[in-house]
Write a protein that binds this ligand. Structure first.
Ligand SMILES: [Zn+2]
Length: 259
């Protein structure tokens, strides 16, 4: 009997696609994503407050959900700008979740005097990836320059989260930056990236398709940092141009990406 149940449930699961390995991503505003793979989860750029009308930020309810329901194992920040990071919300999170760890460049981690054993600093002096194992996943941080000439002093860090061989890349506020040969130095194309989370302006380059393939070559792309004030026709046009790319625009929306 038990055998029949097992066979039947395996059959059911396979036709329903439940057994298919996947990564689920919940949007928390601007470039904020909560990424779940099996029992593990990380939050990247997910705790910040109002910064201006062009930036979505997690509502009080969503911050509460992060603190008490989603409870990511690690909170990662790409850089210290207010549309990506709040030191107060991060401190609250670490207080409430005593096993959680935090990653960021020095401009982020210098804000924390408590819980030093749970704070990991990524150096941005060169493009060498720095990897730390946390439970059953690993986090690799690497310098990826911030876009824009007035932001050269911003320490922007990209992350590759490796969930048992499935890799999610988040690049923060960067751009293709061909003038400094950025992506050639990063060698992300050798990493077998499954999901790349990028700011949507990287899709506005005239050679986007070629640049994505040559520099990252991900299986899936998720576009973020889309202003709530973007003209609707611009967004429609982008979605039409890139039908396979996921566009995150609504707080707390969830996408399931099969791997
Ligand atoms: Zn920024």
């Amino acid at each position: 009997m038990r055998h029949i149940v097992l066979v039947l449930s395996t059959f059911l699961f396979s036709i329903l696609g439940i057994s298919q390995e996947s990564i689920s991503i919940t949007y928390t505003g601007n470039m904020g994503v909560h990424i779940i793979h099996e029992q593990s989860s990380v939050l990247i750029d997910g705790l910040h407050t109002k910064y201006g009308d062009d930036y979505l930020f997690p509502s009080k309810d969503l911050v509460h959900k992060i603190n008490y329901e989603l409870k990511p194992d690690a909170i990662l920040f790409t850089h210290h700008h207010g549309d990506h990071f709040s030191s107060q919300l991060s401190k609250n999170y670490l207080e409430l979740n005593r096993k959680a760890v935090l990653f960021g460049a020095h401009q982020i981690t210098k804000n924390f005097t408590d819980h030093r054993e749970r704070i990991f600093t990524i150096t941005t002096k060169d493009y060498i990836k720095q990897t730390t194992k946390i439970n059953d996943f690993s986090v690799s941080g690497v310098k990826i320059n911030h876009a824009g000439k007035r932001h050269v002093s911003v320490e922007n860090v990209g992350y590759i989260v490796n969930f048992n061989g499935k890799k999610v890349l988040h690049v923060g506020d960067t751009n293709w930056l061909e003038e400094i040969n950025l992506f050639n130095q990063l060698r992300l194309v050798d990493e077998s990236i499954d999901i790349a989370i990028i700011p949507y302006w990287m899709l506005l380059h005239k050679n986007t398709v070629e640049l994505l393939k040559k520099n990252i070559n991900p299986k899936h792309v998720v576009a973020t940092h889309i202003s709530p004030k973007i003209p609707p026709n611009e967004l429609v046009e982008l979605k039409r141009k890139y039908p396979k790319i996921y566009f995150l625009t609504t707080l707390d929306e969830q996408i399931q990406i099969p791997l």
